[in-house]
Design a protein around this ligand. Sequence first.
Ligand SMILES: [Zn+2]
Length: 117
Amino acid sequence: MLKQKKEKKQDLRQNFHIKKDDLVEVNTGEEKGRRGRVLQTLSAKQQVIIEGINLVKKHQRARSQTKPSGIVTVPAPIHMSNVVLICAKCGKKTTVRRERIEKKRVRICKKCGEIIE
Ligand SMILES: [Zn+2]
């Protein structure tokens, strides 16, 4: 009997469902329930940087007269499994399935069935 190993690999790819500019909600930790827009995805680490979420203070050195040294707060990356996608169409926490429509890969909200991108 042949076992289909290829299928498992594909599943892993499908888990990568969050993109830049998506609205997401944190579903774990101190900031559970908070929402923000995805500023950047770090695909290699499966992490995302979300506007206003997981802020860390960083010391910055003076680079010029107009940018004095001091402490700035910047969002630190968090793991993708700790966030859920918010559907832009129905506003609910959702998961997506991928479909190919007219040769384009699209994501479809499982809650309302609308195309998300
Ligand atoms: Zn939806």
